[in-house]
Design a binder for this molecule. Structure first.
Ligand code: PMM
Length: 273
């Protein structure tokens, strides 16, 4: 899954792709680099970020999803809002990536059930403005697993089919570095929930290196190497996907994991080579 943040304040692309045309071009490039899905988001979830109005979020993502879908690029929508998810699926999005796991908007579950779209439930405790206050755990892996399990129960109760659900541990969301590492170390524990897993470590602050000024372009891009290392490791524990900025580098990392597992090599879009 390639990341396309259509947000002027995104920490990872510095707002470079905020303009719709540039965003569409970047989405096409992510697909050409081998992304199975391009994840289009219009609201920054950087720690401390303020929320944007629903109409601003919709105006950022809809034209991009429409254009990419028309061009044959499969898109997901990264949103916690039911109204944005509904409009995005109508515009062609094939999956709803909800970082709140359905907690932020009580209408999300029924919208997802109505559309029949697959739904990523990410582990989440609070909106970005206050999430660092919630980074308190006894056993982080057990708590994330239990809280995700509760979100699955809520989704099923709302009529979403079990085979449409995917889970994500939510690295960096209400989690300090030690929590992120514990989740990566014990990722197989989350397989006990019996659903496909998505992992989003790309360029996050807990990864090395930490030497550059925080948020500088060198700092952000340097973490692509550590991101690829994480991908090799999680691919070995059989995750469904990784959400990344550098599609090409992470495909190479996944290819290494496939060789080490003795799995059949796949082409860039996942079909047997
Ligand atoms: N991380 C971010 C945004 N959306 N979605 C999922 N499913 N998992 C994540 O870890 C995740 C996400 C924040 O990262 P970004 O600002 O680089 O997009």
């Amino acid at each position: 899954m390639g990341i396309l943040n259509v947000t002027p304040d995104s920490f990872s692309d510095g707002g470079l792709f905020a303009a719709t045309d540039a965003a569409i071009a970047h989405g096409v490039a992510l697909r050409a680099a081998g992304a199975d899905l391009v994840d289009v988001g219009g609201e920054s979830t950087r720690p401390g970020a303020a929320r944007v109005a629903p109409d601003v979020e919709t105006a950022r993502v809809l034209p991009v999803i429409e254009a990419l879908s028309r061009a044959g690029v499969p898109c997901s929508v990264d949103t916690t809002r039911a109204s944005v998810a509904a409009a995005a699926v109508a515009a062609g999005a094939v999956l709803v990536n909800d970082v709140s796991g359905g907690l932020a908007d009580p209408a999300m579950a029924s919208v997802v059930a109505d559309t029949g779209a697959p739904w990523v439930l990410m582990h989440w405790r609070a909106h970005s403005a206050t999430m660092t206050d919630h980074a308190v755990y006894g056993d982080v892996v057990a708590e994330v697993r239990d809280e995700l399990s509760a979100r699955v129960d809520a989704a099923l109760a709302a009529g979403v089919a079990a085979d449409k659900l995917l889970l994500d541990p939510g690295l960096g969301f209400a989690k300090r570095a030690e929590h992120n590492w514990a989740l990566l170390r014990r990722l197989p524990d989350l397989h006990s929930l019996g659903l496909p897993l998505l992992v989003g470590a790309s360029r996050k602050r807990f990864l090395p290196p930490s030497g550059h000024p925080a948020g500088s372009p060198a700092d952000v891009r340097a973490r692509d190497i550590a991101t690829a290392a994480v991908t090799t490791s999680v691919a070995a524990s059989d995750v469904w996907g990784v959400r990344v900025h550098d599609v090409e580098g992470n495909l190479q990392a996944a290819a290494v994991a496939a060789e080490l597992r003795g799995a059949a090599p796949t082409d860039r879009h996942g079909a047997p080579a």
